[in-house]
Write a protein that binds this ligand. Structure first.
Ligand SMILES: Nc1ncnc2c1ncn2[C@@H]1O[C@H](COP(=O)(O)OP(=O)(O)OP(=O)(O)O)[C@@H](O)[C@H]1O
Length: 477
């Protein structure tokens, strides 16, 4: 299935521009993203469109300001009607507003201002819709990198996104690593009135301390050793759009002061310059750290915390929304299959096992496991015995379905019907202990630590539960 020629054709991208040089950097990025770009000038576009079935899945149109979009209007309209088209405006913001308005009217799938970051382009490409009725180029709908899951906690997250998107408020996105904080940030941007501007992410924890300042604010030529040319920073790149400061908890105190100033005064300077620039940028920040604890430890500024925390969104860990596991697996499989044609399926038992696992690495860990299984078992339907041992380990009890848990009162025996022993075997004592500990802890927390009520819920005498709590060192608070 890999390398299916029809599929390769699906991935081709037509790039339209005034001349090849103007489109060079976007062509390079598209090549890197395996979109097999083919270039055509505005002048030749009409001829290209004569072909009955275009061998492309999408198009990118680069307007560098010298050729206004209006000049080739009918060809461009024809293109946008046949292929989902990404519009790249490669000239200073403000100059091309008319062309941009025209661009919207011509029905472009998306519009971005240069300079464009690779991951920004990848994200936009993932969101492009399928080609419209173009014969040969019709393909499966490409599922996108979007927030999947209809569990109550995720519906709540979506409600919060909806509520805050329309405002310009700063948002602090909290949650464990891999829960989808960046996706939440992208969703806020996508649904905000800054959506036509850039979404510029920056992982503050991944950039060495001494480079972070110039990464954020840019620098002038000669500002420090190695600053051979002047460079804009992320604030400038995000002008009119959104800057996503990931892992803000890892930012040093002196950088926190500088970010706070932009939040308060909307101004900053490039490193090595005393010219003050203004920033029309919405800030979204995320962290897996407990910032209040970091404030107490003196690692995070309280004033910045309150500035950022205008609207907090907490993304729940995957173990708190097991019903999302199956749809997320489905969406990951569909997306990857659209990319390389390899399919994979799971039996119901395997899906239940995946949903019962604790997922310490959250959705990222789930995605990695699914990707690995596709490589190991392409085009197979996987049962429970194909899953990694840690998923079937003593930490995990496999239940037949969520309904069985809810029906426990009526048919307690059903809960264990789905437990399956694999050839790897199991440490029964450890498994039983963990099951006991888990159910006791849950019963206590569901009953606000009231032991008598928890005991009733577990069908135990109070004294027996107290004994077990002592044995396993479980406290009631
Ligand atoms: N609800 C979801 N539906 C589909 N995919 C998801 C969902 N949540 C997360 N993902 C995927 O999981 C991976 C990790 O998500 P993301 O990078 O947004 O997490 P994060 O919380 O920002 O992680 P970190 O704290 O490590 O930066 C990404 O590949 C993302 O596409």
């Amino acid at each position: 299935m890999v390398g299916n020629p029809a599929h390769e054709q699906e991935q081709r991208m037509l790039v339209v521009g005034a001349e090849l040089d103007a489109a060079r950097s976007i062509m390079d990025m598209l090549g890197f993203l395996k979109r097999r770009p083919a270039f055509v000038t505005f002048d030749d576009l009409a001829d290209e469109l004569e072909t009955e079935s275009l061998p492309f899945s999408a198009a990118t149109l680069v307007s560098d300001g010298r050729v206004g979009l209006g000049e080739h209007q009918s060809a461009i309209d024809g293109l946008a009607a046949r292929l989902p088209t990404l519009l790249v405006l490669d000239y200073p913001r403000g100059d091309g507003d008319d062309s941009y308005r025209h661009g919207k009217a011509a029905g472009f799938a998306s519009c971005m201002h240069a300079p464009i970051a690779l991951n920004q382009l990848r994200f936009e490409l993932d969101r492009l819709p399928a080609p419209r009725g173009n014969g040969r180029a019709v393909r499966r709908t490409r599922p996108q990198h979007t927030l999947v899951g209809q569990s109550y906690p995720m519906r709540r997250v979506r409600q919060l996104i909806e509520r805050v998107a329309a405002t310009d408020a700063s948002v602090l996105i909290l949650g464990e690593s891999g829960t989808g904080k960046e996706l939440v940030a992208r969703e806020v941007h996508r649904t905000s009135n800054r959506a036509a501007g850039a979404f510029v992410p920056l992982n503050c924890g991944a950039i060495p301390r001494d480079l972070l300042e110039s990464e954020l604010f840019g620098h002038e030529k000669g500002a420090f050793t190695g600053a051979i040319t002047a460079r804009p920073g992320r604030f400038e790149m995000a002008e009119g759009g959104t800057l996503f400061l990931d892992e803000i908890g890892d930012m040093s105190l002196d950088m926190q002061v500088k970010v706070l100033r932009v939040l308060q005064e909307q101004t900053f300077e490039r490193v090595g310059s005393n010219k003050t620039l203004t920033a029309d940028v919405r800030i979204l920040a995320a962290t897996h750290r407990n910032l209040e604890a970091e404030i107490e430890r003196g690692n995070f500024r309280e004033d910045l915390y309150y500035r950022l925390n205008v609207f907090p969104i907490e993304v729940p860990p995957l173990r708190d929304r097991p019903e999302d596991v199956e749809p997320i697996v489905g969406s990951i499989l569909a997306r990857l299959e659209a990319e390389d044609g390899i399919s994979l399926d799971f039996t119901d038992q395997a899906l239940v096992a995946l949903a019962s696992y604790r997922w310490p690495g959250n959705v990222r860990e789930l995605g990695n496991i699914v990707e690995r299984l596709r490589i190991l078992y392409p085009d197979e339907r996987l049962d429970i015995d194909r899953l990694p041992s840690r998923i079937l380990g003593a930490d995990n009890v496999v239940l037949t379905s969520g309904d069985d848990i809810r029906n426990m009162e009526r048919a307690p025996g059903d809960v264990i019907n789905g437990v399956r022993l694999t050839s790897a075997g199991v440490d029964l004592r450890a498994l039983t202990t963990r099951l006991e500990v888990r159910l006791i802890t849950q019963a206590l927390s569901l009953n606000d630590g009231v032991v008598a009520r928890a005991a009733k819920m577990l069908g135990l005498r109070r004294t027996t539960l107290v004994e077990k709590m002592r044995k396993y060192d479980i406290s009631s608070d």
